[in-house]
Design a protein around this ligand. Structure first.
Ligand code: SF4
Ligand code: SF4
Length: 199
């Protein structure tokens, strides 16, 4: 079983059994991919990945979408690096109130977003269990290439005040481009998952 499975919620015995074998539960609704506790979302994503990744990645359009999505994510990262946003966040996280990547925010993840990351080879694991910070916050920042939509869309006051309005506008443009595509890929994956679960 993955370490930290109990980090953010209650899981049932039946669920643990299916998780240990990386299986999906007998009945699963698409809604559960978004609403179960964080550790369960990760297990759903792992089970879906193990069972269906090869099949999903045979679809040319999905592969092309994932490639474009990675490209858009790189553009956002490059712009954020240019603005030295990482340094701002490190300073902020070291302050008394900490940064914004709290354990509460880990709830913004969902199994489809995690699966999307797994499909491009991002290893997903919970790296923290301190009860205060997001369990996916690594030493160098968020572990995800494709972050939860809320996280991606969040530009705090420090960032807005700390960079020029042109740079904020460009950041919003690049983020919007990524979000639009991410939403499209999520819908496509949900359709594929919907056709395969509960059979
Ligand atoms: S995004 Fe803003 S609030 Fe969050 S860690 Fe960075 S500077 Fe702090
Ligand atoms: S950006 Fe990543 S590390 Fe931060 S709260 Fe969101 S998922 Fe967690």
């Amino acid at each position: 079983m993955v370490e930290g499975v109990f980090l953010n919620g209650f899981v049932t015995d039946t669920f643990l059994l299916t998780c240990e074998n990386n299986m999906l539960p007998d009945t699963l609704s698409l809604q559960q991919l978004f609403t179960v506790p964080v550790a369960d979302k990760q297990h759903f994503a792992e089970a879906l990945h193990q069972k269906h990744a090869t099949d999903f990645l045979r679809q040319d359009d999905l592969r092309a979408d994932l490639e474009l999505l990675q490209n858009f994510a790189r553009r956002v990262s490059r712009h954020m690096a240019k603005l030295e946003m990482g340094k701002m966040c490190v300073r902020c996280a070291a302050g008394s109130g900490g940064g914004c990547c709290s354990l509460f925010m880990a709830g913004e993840t969902d199994a489809v977003q995690m699966l999307m990351n797994m499909l491009v080879g991002v290893p997903i694991r919970q790296v923290r269990g301190d009860g205060s910070e997001c369990c996916y916050l690594g030493e160098k920042g968020c572990l995800f290439t494709f972050k939860p939509i809320f996280c991606l869309n969040y530009n705090c006051k420090s960032i807005r005040d700390g960079v020029s309005s042109e740079n904020v506008t460009e950041l919003e443009r690049l983020t919007g481009q990524l979000l639009g595509k991410q939403y499209e890929v999520e819908k496509k994956l949900l359709e594929l998952i919907g056709r395969r679960i509960n059979r």
